[in-house]
Ligand binder design. Structure first.
Ligand SMILES: [Zn+2]
Ligand SMILES: [Zn+2]
Length: 334
C-alpha cells in the first residue's frame, strides 16, 4: 500500500497524514446532525466495544465471586495482577511484534521515521526505550491498574458503591455506558493538564515523556503517581449509577485503550486493506508536549487553545504560542 497517497514525509523521514484531526462533532458551535450521526459508529466501533467485551470476559471468567471479593487476600489479588499482566503483554505485544519487531510494514504509515529500538539513551532503564517501557508498563502500569481495580471490587462487594442492574435500570445504566469514553477523556485531560505544571512534570510526568517516539510499550510507562491517577478514573463509579461491569469497562478503556495513542502508525496494514488507528492526536502530544492533552472526544483542548489538528495553520498557531511563552519567561528572567 502506498502511504504517500494519504500523507507526506519530510527530509528526516517523519510522516504527517493529510487528514485533519477533528474534535467530536457534538461539541461544534453549530452541530451538524449528519456529521454527528456519521461519528456514532466510530465512537463505539471497533475500539470501545472491544474494551467492553474484555470487561464482560473479565467479569465472567476472571473476577472472583462477591463473597471472595469481600475480603482482601493475596491469592486472588496476585492472580488478578498476573492475568492483567499477561493480557497486556499479549495485547500490546501483538502490535509490538508485528509493527516493531517484525517491522511487517516497514515505516509505511509510521509517523516517526525511526524505530525506538534504534535510539539508546541514559534516561531509560537499561539504556533502552523498549526494555524500560515494557518493564515499567508491566510492573508500575499494570500494578497500579490492579490496585485500583482491587479497591473498587472490594467496595462493590461490601456495598460501598452503587450497583444497578442492566435490566432494572436500562436508561441510567445505558447513559453511563455511553458516557464512559467521554469520562475517560475528561478525567485524563484534567490529570494530564495537572502533571504538565512544571514542578509535577519534572517529578512525575517526565517519565512518560522520555519516549518522544512512543511505541505500544510506552502506553503505561509512567511514574506510579501518574499511573494511579490515570486508573483512578474507575473511582468515578463510586458515585455514578453504575455497576462492576461498567466500572471494569472504564478501567479497560484506560488500560487496553492506552495503546491506541502510542501505536506510532497511522494505519495498520491488513491484507489488501488497512485499519485506521487513533494514534496521531497523542503522537503530536509526545512530539510537541504542550498540545493535545486529550484526544478531542471532549472539547477542552479546543476551548483552551491547545488543540493541534495536524494542519500547517495549527502548527503556526502552536509555534506562536510557544514563542509568546518564551518571551514571557525571558522578560521575567531579565
Ligand atoms: Zn503518551
Ligand atoms: Zn503529557
Amino acid at each position: 500500500m502506498d502511504d504517500l497517497q494519504f500523507g507526506k514525509r519530510n527530509k528526516r523521514g517523519d510522516r504527517a497524514p493529510d487528514k485533519r484531526l477533528d474534535i467530536a462533532p457534538f461539541w461544534s458551535r453549530q452541530p451538524d446532525p449528519v456529521k454527528i450521526l456519521k461519528c456514532v459508529p466510530g465512537y463505539f466501533w471497533p475500539w470501545s466495544l472491544f474494551f467492553f467485551a474484555t470487561a464482560l470476559l473479565w467479569w465472567r471468567f476472571v473476577i472472583p465471586d462477591t463473597e471472595t471479593l469481600k475480603t482482601l487476600s493475596w491469592g486472588w489479588v496476585l492472580r488478578l495482577y498476573l492475568i492483567n499482566a499477561v493480557a497486556i503483554a499479549l495485547y500490546y505485544g501483538a502490535f509490538e511484534l508485528r509493527l516493531y519487531w517484525q517491522r511487517a510494514q516497514g515505516t509505511r504509515f509510521k509517523y516517526n521515521g525511526k524505530f525506538p529500538g534504534d535510539q539508546k539513551s541514559d534516561v531509560f532503564w537499561f539504556g533502552s526505550q523498549n526494555i524500560d517501557n515494557a518493564v515499567r508498563t508491566l510492573s508500575i502500569g499494570v500494578g497500579s491498574w490492579t490496585a485500583v481495580e482491587v479497591g473498587m471490587l472490594w467496595a462493590y462487594a461490601n456495598g460501598y458503591a452503587p450497583w444497578l442492574g442492566f435490566a432494572e435500570h436500562p436508561v441510567l445504566v445505558g447513559l453511563v455506558f455511553v458516557f464512559v469514553p467521554m469520562l475517560h477523556e475528561a478525567h485524563f485531560y484534567l490529570i494530564h493538564r495537572l502533571i504538565h505544571i512544571p514542578v509535577l512534570y519534572k517529578w512525575i510526568h517526565s517519565v512518560h515523556h522520555n519516549s518522544v517516539n512512543p511505541s505500544p510499550w510506552s502506553s503505561l510507562s509512567m511514574h506510579p503517581i501518574e499511573a494511579l491517577a490515570y486508573f483512578g478514573v474507575m473511582l468515578w463509579h463510586l458515585i455514578l449509577p453504575s455497576n462492576p461491569v461498567l466500572a471494569l469497562y472504564q478501567l479497560h478503556f484506560a488500560g487496553f485503550g492506552a495503546a491506541g495513542g502510542h501505536i506510532g502508525f497511522d494505519k495498520i496494514e491488513l491484507g489488501e486493506g488497512a485499519l485506521d488507528t487513533p494514534a496521531y492526536t497523542h503522537y503530536l502530544h509526545h512530539k510537541y508536549f504542550e498540545v493535545n492533552y486529550a484526544d478531542g472526544v471532549v472539547p477542552f483542548d479546543y476551548l483552551f487553545g491547545t488543540w493541534h489538528d495536524g494542519s500547517p495553520e495549527a502548527q503556526a498557531r502552536m509555534e506562536a504560542r510557544f514563542a509568546a511563552k518564551r518571551a514571557r519567561v525571558n522578560r521575567k528572567a531579565g
